[in-house]
Write a new protein. Sequence first.
Length: 70
Amino acid sequence: MATVKASMAGTVWKIVVAEGEQVTAGQDVAILESMKMEIPIAAEEDGVVTKIIANEGDFINVDDDILEIE
C-alpha cells in the first residue's frame, strides 16, 4: 500500500479520482491550491485508490496524507 502525500502546504482544491478507481504512476489524483496557484499531485505508483483521506476544501501541510493506493 502507498500513501499519496502533499508536496506542499495548501488547500485541497479538487480530488480528481474516486475510491475504487485504477490509477497509474504519474497520473494526477488531486490538485492543491496555494498562493492562487494550482499544484497537481500525482500518484507515484500504479494501483487502485482504496481510501480518500483529505476532503476538498481541507487545509493540509507538507507530507499530510491525501489518499491511499493499493
